[in-house]
Design a protein around this ligand. Sequence first.
Ligand code: BES
Ligand code: ZN
Length: 626
Amino acid sequence: MNTMRLSFLLGGVLALAAGLSSCGGEAPADSAKTQAILDMKRATDHHSYSRPEEAVVTHLNWNAAVDFDTRVITATATYDIETAADAERIIFDCTDLTIQTVRVDGEAVDFELGPAQPFIGQPLSFPVSGDSRQVSIDYQSSPEAGALLWVEGDNPFLFTQSQAILARTWIPCQDSPGIRFTYEAHVDVPQGTMALMSATNPTAQSADGHYDFRMDQKIPSYLLALAVGNVEFRSVGAHTGVYAVPELIEAAAYEFAEMEDLLVAAENLYGKYAWERYDLLVLPPAFPFGGMENPRLTFATPTIIAGDRSLVSLVAHELAHSWSGNLVTNATWDDFWLNEGFTVYFEQRIMEAVYGRDVSEMLATLSYQGLVDEVDAIMDLNPDDTHLKLHLQNRDPDDGLTAIAYDKGYFFLRRIEEVVGRETFDSFLKTYFATHAFSVMDTDRFIDYLKSVLLTSDELLAAVDLDAWIFGPGLPENCPTVSSARIERVDAALAGWEAGTTATRDLPWNDWVYQERYRFLSNLDDGTSPERLAELDAAWGISTTGNNEVLFAWLEQSIRSQYQPSYERLETFLVEIGRRKFLTPLYKAMVDTDQKALADAIYAKARPSYHSVSTGTMDELLAWSE
Ligand code: BES
Ligand code: ZN
């Protein structure tokens, strides 16, 4: 068996406790005026300075100019606000922003920028009253803004990654997932590029570099997104389309041709799609994630373009967030499993509906293996991080980005489905999304809701065991079992190959789809000799695969087996691709096997093109200092 894969354990292992004091906790006890304000009474978000009980944003008008030469966004953020009758000030979150002027209802006011705290940045506060209606902030972003990645060269590209708390590095905002607002924007970009946002989008480049956007549905700040680059649009269905650079647009249109089918399947499961269009933007390979569910426009890594549509489950995942996350949103990052666990469950159901149970059970088996490995790893470090309900106060919310929220969350929901039956669970979920659309959910309220409408007897509650799943460590005993005959056959083939009873040529490699190939490679024994990898490569040409998941598993094993012929490919892979899920295990494998010098040499070349999300993790893993 291979050692843990760290597929999601990205920050957890590397977590630092920062020891800062809590903020934004005590709420003034005044009469709340609106539902927006009422909603805010429910959960305290330790990762935002804002005090929505006192003053909360409801609409953003963003007017911005994007300058690639200086890597600066110069903008005015004008917010409509609602204030409590006795409100005295409004507070925004900012990280590395230069604030120039602040106006309240057109009048310039003095503002205060508090000291920067680890992770959460600075509070920007200024006086407002119960009568204030609009505030306006002129500001500039820093060239080092954590959300932004500027790609240089003949084809300049800029993209943002706001989740979890990086929106505040490019827009002053009340950066808490429980605070929702509509927005409009006017953005100026260089000629020859198109600007796209998590909003209504253009399908052709404008002649003058001006673009206008509207988002009429209320969203939280972590779903604010901007991309600028020389991209084209191709429609793939009535409500769906892809954006990509000219070199990739054909390939992308082919790869994601089934997006409309996924959308229809999702609507058949849990109700009407609320965001009108579902498009996907293929980003440069430096994008640090696989995908990001920006409303109306999923941002995706190009590494899922495999040529055979085999990695489309990622699209199912981001699409599912249009319900779980974007419609019903985790109140704080401690409730992150409400976003991701529901989304993995929904993703699996879409995959089952479109591609069949065979395929979805293979995916569930891989997710189970990833979960078991990661539970083992986290239990050694901080067992509390294996609870669904997290405790991220004074920590980077990135620490919560582990397989627990995703896969323990998934198996928890699958357990409920097992107990109440699929039909009952489906109608529960459909009602859950409809009832809580465009609002927030926290773990305690979810438990209350579950108890009041679904788990209404002691028998049902005992069969599920909410406490064990949500507040307990590791994997509860009643965790559903997955079985995939296809994965079992792979395991048997692997055992035969390792024992020498199955010849390399007799492996059914060419009959296997990506999930089976991935299972085989990722479960190779760590001590597999380089000669044996050479045999596999000679027979099946694995190092030339166009599937990046398969290539990733192959490269990781190559490092562990010190299979030198792969090292050139390893280097180009790490220099070109900035997706953290691939980087962390590859660099870690080098560290684990006394090849730290190689890791450092490759990282020195690759680092300048990575996004801050990835350099943050790799700097720590490699103890990097500039
Ligand atoms: N919303 C997440 C990505 C994210 C989470 C970014 C938390 C920042 C903070 C996205 O939906 C996601 O889960 N992406 C996965 C996709 C996978 C599970 C199919 C990824 O990027 O690997
Ligand atoms: Zn997700």
